[in-house]
Design a protein around this ligand. Sequence first.
Ligand SMILES: [Zn+2]
Length: 388
Amino acid sequence: MPESSHTTTIQSTATQIAIKLIRRESVTPEDGGCQNYIESLLAPLGFVRTHVDTGGITNSIYTRMGELNGTLAFAGHTDVVPTGPLEDWPHPPFEAVIADGPDGGILHGRGTQDMKGAIACWIAAISSLCSAFTPLPTLQLLITSDEEGDSIDGTIRIVEKMQADSTLPDAVIVGEPSSSQQVGDVIRRGRRGVVQIAAVFEGKQGHSAYPDDADNAIHIAAPALEKITKINWGKATEGFPATTCQITNIQAGTGATNVIPGSCFVSIDIRYNPGIDFEGIEQRIFAACEDAEVVLDIQHQAEVFSTPDGEFLDQVCASIKQITGIETLRDTGGGTSDGRFLAAAGIPVVELGLTNSTIHQVGECVALHELETLTSIYSDIIINFEAK
Ligand SMILES: [Zn+2]
């Protein structure tokens, strides 16, 4: 037997599963048979699958009753973002080619980092623990094919189902690619909220030589927009950066230089921290626009969430340190994630996954040693999980 046979076994399990998931083409909102494949791996380990399919989306809850107290869930998605032009890829995106890299093999394909690779690692960890008859907590895998799309019929429906059945877990690991330079250097313990605004400033169109007969919508919008750019949104708080507000589009005018525009469309994107809430944001926008004739459509796209410091965060970081020696940064950066639906149900959420250097890019890929490391970290988290 070669000396590294144990390590090799873990690595090859995660890699083999990742390859089979990547070869099941599943551009959002398609699942491509991934969740049936996952069932075929988990059923022999004692997992029972609950289908939560809604609105044409494939969602699954896989549950294995534990020998120990408490329920630990892993949440993830089988859908991937579109590939773009296939000829731009160094290897076909759904063939899961392994090529040589500076630190060993590199697995190429759409979804390697985001996030079929992490799903493969979690299953590999469970499968190795089950075959060693390790006593485990109750385990759930919460898998959707609607994360990269609208997220309307995805994880939120899984959470609703678990609330109805009183089967909410005690804590969740979300397998999003949180890591920066190496696996485990960054976890996300929260995400900023998102508010998006469409504003239409109303004036009266006319000839620029006859301004008395018109009302310039750009001139109406400009003072309000200046006030919006000067709103005090408050400071950085609870591990979050300060709330930010960006005017992202302005459209007005016909293109002719002698036509006064009758309306001006503006879009605004706000990323907010727990120091402010949706109502506070609305009030500030209304106040800035109070002198303008404007129709405002203010949408609360995603609620802010934050998992407080405590035993679950500490335990995840301890597992990372145990396997890699790394001190983990507990971050809240990036866009929103499905973690918000789980956090809204009061569950501690930590996002921990592979590195994110090639996500949503042509040539997405992951180093095989990362799959091995993440599998070991997940395994340590499961073994040491204690429900509070
Ligand atoms: Zn993702």
